[in-house]
Design a protein around this ligand. Structure first.
Ligand code: NZQ
Ligand code: ZN
Length: 379
């Protein structure tokens, strides 16, 4: 195992009705900025529950955070936070709103005209406003991790940003908030969480039975309950997918093990170029990433085939190939594409280059030529 430090101080409140705990979760002197997206929370009653929890407090709201949140919009929210004297950010939404809230929390104290360079380069600022989250879409794990992924209008760039100081103080996970999600968002959430596990699991063998065993459990839960979420949309399915998606990217299964993330970096570039849903960019390329890296990943792919897919195949290469095919079949059953269609591969390579992310992969072996090969296979 690689040495690691692990801390996840986000307090999780899980279960139906937990939004009513908001008054106890917010600090007594909190001046709250409520951040939300395009309005789903007003249609499904979540906004009203949050407003009830803010009774008697000073608060303002900023709506309109886009899916794949944009820097320029967050800068407007920062201006409102400064003018209103807000000292607490409450995100109510999916990964986009929560990512935006964490970025906003770091941006508010920076009064320089353009905080962009300060926030994407160098050590992350420690002077950030506290953040709380009410999750409405399980997928990203953003509600209890340190990461934001921010898009930059006009630059066609989508960049990850990690700041442990911006990790939410609390996250409310009420599975009943998922009742208003469209089928497409339920599909997206399941496959995004599934790929998060694979990015941290499908690398090369290490001595990490706790992390690898837990990853296999999360994959099995998502394989069983993702399709059931679509078919049944039951309380049980909502609970299981919501909790699995949180655990998939809260730092635990990635502690002490190598991690890949090339599927995600290629996926972010595709979204930056054409706006494709985050989860769907991942299913478009993940099989090809595995095929491109098959030799290096063969041992873990074979383990994945036998333990998760229960394939009784003795030969490692055959087992690995069967696991890749089964993964793509799962994505297809979840309504997601496994091919990119026409795509400007050079623009994807240029995005990864501009983001300073080369070389990708657990062994830092995935350069521009490998990305071209992946995109050729995925076309
Ligand atoms: O904006 P509103 O009106 O709220 O509608 C949203 C949005 O249109 C809607 N929605 C959310 N909750 C709903 C709902 N509709 C009905 N009922 C509800 N309960 O769903 C749409 C998509 O929301 P979004 O937040 O964009 O989805 P998701 O949670 O998949 O987040 C995607 C973003 O997270 C980033 C992605 O790159 C993308 O920008 N990621 C963040 C990560 C992290 N912080 O660790 C890791 C991920 O790999 C990912 O990169
Ligand atoms: Zn993702």
């Amino acid at each position: 195992m690689v040495s690691f430090r692990h801390s996840n101080p986000t307090e999780i409140l899980f279960g139906q009705g937990q939004i009513s705990a908001l008054p106890q979760l917010l600090p007594a002197d909190a001046h709250v900025l409520v951040l939300y997206g395009g309005g789903s929370i007003k249609a499904n009653g979540i906004y009203d529950q949050v407003v009830a929890g803010l009774a008697g407090r000073v608060w303002v709201e900023f709506g309109g955070i886009e899916a794949n949140p944009v820097y320029e919009t967050i800068a407007q929210a920062a201006e409102l936070a400064r003018i209103s004297g807000s000292n607490f950010i409450l995100a109510v939404g999916g990964g986009s709103v929560i990512d935006a809230a964490k970025f906003l929390a770091a941006m508010v104290p920076i009064t320089a005209e353009d905080a962009r360079d300060r926030l994407h380069a160098g050590p992350p600022p420690r002077n950030v406003l506290p953040v709380g989250a009410v999750l409405t879409l399980p997928a990203t794990g953003s509600e209890s991790n340190a990461v934001s992924v921010i898009s930059h209008a006009g630059r066609h760039l989508k960049l990850p940003f990690a700041n442990p100081a911006a990790r939410p103080r609390f996250a409310i996970l009420d599975p009943s908030t998922m009742k208003s999600l469209s089928r497409r968002q339920l599909e997206n959430g399941t496959v995004d969480a599934f790929t998060h596990v694979l990015e941290q699991y499908l690398t090369y063998p290490v001595n990490a039975p706790v992390q690898l065993g837990y990853s296999e459990t999360l994959l099995e839960v998502l394989l069983e309950w993702g399709p059931r979420l679509i078919a049944e949309n039951s309380d049980e399915a909502r609970e299981n997918v919501m909790w699995a998606a949180n655990q998939a990217l809260n730092g635990l299964i990635g502690a002490g093990v190598p991690q890949d993330w090339s599927t995600h970096m290629i996926g972010h570039a595709i979204t930056a170029l054409n706006g494709t849903d985050h989860a769907r960019t991942l299913t478009m390329v993940m099989g090809s990433v595995m095929r491109n890296g098959l030799e290096a990943k063969k041992a873990m792919l074979a383990r994945y085939a036998r333990r998760v897919w229960k394939f009784d195949i003795a030969d490692d290469r055959q087992a690995a190939e069967a696991a890749i095919a089964a993964t793509e079949d799962f994505f297809t059953r979840m309504g997601c594409p496994i091919r990119t269609g026409a795509l400007d591969a050079e623009a994807v390579v240029a995005h990864i280059e501009a983001a300073g992310q080369f070389p990708l992969g657990e062994s830092h072996a995935t350069g521009a030529e490998a990305v071209r090969d992946i995109l050729r296979r995925a076309a």
